[in-house]
Design a protein around this ligand. Structure first.
Ligand code: NAD
Ligand code: UDP
Length: 320
């Protein structure tokens, strides 16, 4: 990637966005972080506020944005089921209208634009592992649909802007990613289990815990995203980014209990509807196109994440 570009990170104050901003600053770029703080707080980006190449703009991407940039990463969207189901209509608006606004901006200023899509476009998949050519099995009217269908429609918009307006687009399909700076109450499984274990509470497995997920450490994910943006204009994706190591949710719970040395028990709660039974990325394309594969095993990533939450939880809530 060329040095010294002006880069917009929409959703830049979030878990992944804030790390992306850091990496882009480290690479010598100017970063414009745009966020409405729906699921994040200024604390995630506080340490960058005095950086001469960092700028923060409080803005909701469902409204048009007029700025001058060379590249756009569109990460603006609540990502955890608890957050995206809180105001489902707003979730769809954020994905769809947000994508239209970001694409319109990219068209006006001729910027390259990357969409943070998701493995949720595969729904509860019949193909396993999931390759990019699989069209998915998504319920259009369920409680996860605001997110899944919003992200699917955003992909459609990206490819139509490519076909109609010749935009340089990149679509990455992110599989479950975890790490420090996840929100402790966002309801995602890794943060839930670690927080529960550290606080001596029961670990809540939804259903029988035999459903699987593949967990990618955030540094591996950010590295891949930046590599995707650096590819030639012919590379559009969609491209799977994730760690193919596949674990049942019960295995994850047991590992977290072992690693934290917690005395917590595991309990079962009802499985939410449309919860995918299995998920594992086929990353053949990412390996070939980006020369990338994840290097952080689950244990190593969990260790860092546990340390993060341990420190966070021992800080008074008012100072977090
Ligand atoms: P996050 O909730 O921490 O970050 C999302 C950010 O977007 C937050 O800072 C939030 O305030 C902001 N935002 C939400 N609505 C907005 C709006 N209308 N206008 C401006 N900002 C808005 O979640 P994350 O895990 O960092 O996810 C980042 C992106 O990656 C999301 O688009 C998500 O769908 C995608 N993704 C993440 C994962 C994962 O496992 N972490 C998996 C698949 C896809
Ligand atoms: N899950 C769980 N207990 C929790 C939170 C989540 O068993 O406290 C399960 C959830 O039902 C799903 C998996 O863990 O099967 C991953 O959930 P998450 O919300 O992290 O992500 P997603 O379902 O979007 O992959």
């Amino acid at each position: 990637m060329e040095l010294g570009r002006r880069i917009l990170v929409a959703g830049g104050a979030g878990f992944l966005g804030s790390h992306l901003c850091e990496r882009l600053l480290d690479q010598g770029h100017e970063v414009l972080c745009v966020d409405n703080f729906f699921t994040s707080s200024r604390r995630n980006i506080e340490h960058m506020l005095s950086h001469p190449r960092f700028e923060l703009m409080r803005h909701d991407v469902t409204f048009p944005l007029y700025v001058e940039v060379d590249e756009i990463y569109n990460l603006a969207c609540p990502a955890s089921p608890v957050h995206y189901q809180f105001d489902p209509v707003q979730t769809t608006k954020t994905s769809v209208i947000g994508a239209i606004n970001m694409l319109g901006l990219a068209k006006r200023v001729k910027a390259k634009i990357l969409q943070a899509s998701t493995s949720e476009v595969y729904g509860d998949p019949f193909e396993h592992p999931q390759t990019e050519s699989y069209w998915g099995n998504v319920n259009p009217i369920g409680i996860r649909s605001c997110y899944d269908e919003g992200k699917r429609c955003a992909e459609t918009l990206f490819f139509d802007y490519r076909r109609q307006h010749k935009l340089a687009i990149k679509v990455v399909r992110i599989f479950n990613t975890y790490g420090p700076r996840m929100h402790p109450n966002d309801g995602r499984v890794v943060s839930n289990f670690i927080v529960q274990a550290l606080q001596g509470q029961d670990l809540t497995i939804y259903g029988d815990g035999q459903q699987t997920r593949s967990f990618c450490y955030r540094d591996d994910l950010i590295e891949a995203m930046i590599r995707v943006m650096g590819t030639t204009d012919e590379v559009t994706g969609p491209i799977n980014i994730g760690n193919p190591g596949e674990f049942t949710i019960r295995q994850l719970a047991e590992l977290v209990i072992e690693m934290t040395g917690s005395k917590s028990k595991i309990i079962s709660l009802p499985l939410p509807s449309d919860d995918p039974k299995q998920r594992r990325p086929d990353i053949t394309q990412a390996k070939a196109v980006l020369g990338w594969e994840p290097v952080t095993p689950l244990r190593a990533g969990l260790e860092k994440t546990i340390t993060y939450f341990d420190t966070l939880l021992s800080t008074p809530a008012s100072a977090r």
